[in-house]
Write a protein that binds this ligand. Sequence first.
Ligand code: ZN
Length: 202
Amino acid sequence: MAEPVSSLGTRLRRGPLGAAGGRVDLARAERAVGELLSALGVDGGRGALAGTPARVARMYAELLAPGPFTPTTFPNEGEGDLVVVRDIAFASLCEHHLLPFSGIAHVGYLPGERIVGLSKIARAVEWCSRRLQVQERLTAEIADWMEGTLAPRGVGVVLRATHLCMTVRGVRQPGATTTTTAFRGALAGNVERRGEFLAEVA
Ligand code: ZN
């Protein structure tokens, strides 16, 4: 990764305003969706489709704007054994086709000095998902968020997802799932620790 983890953590915590880091212009997006429909030979401005450009614009704005998220962390008073939150449902948008990919995330960490509320880990997954993504980068960004926020001794992230761009177009492989992993610290370097995490999420 070209960017140091600490700076990435800071950038992720600050959060982009939209997918391109700019302000969302709903009226312009609505016009663009209308134009797209016209270019595809669909009259999007009439009848049942009258409200479609505005709805699509709002939908993309929602999917691409992660919103503010600054979780509170707490001092770790325990032994620091492996913490795993599994089966976190997520949905994101493929940056190549603007089609959703969705599935489940498993996130584990070996606490260092700080811990975080478990629901905040699910929020972090959602927050990293709300932008144009590829699954590999989303997996890495969740791991980097954990590292940048908690400075844990290790992080493991596993994502399993189905991509609409694979199931409804192109190779048309319904049911095909993609698994991606990211490991940091002790979970990257210590085979036994990593095995412990993978057994938890199997
Ligand atoms: Zn795609």
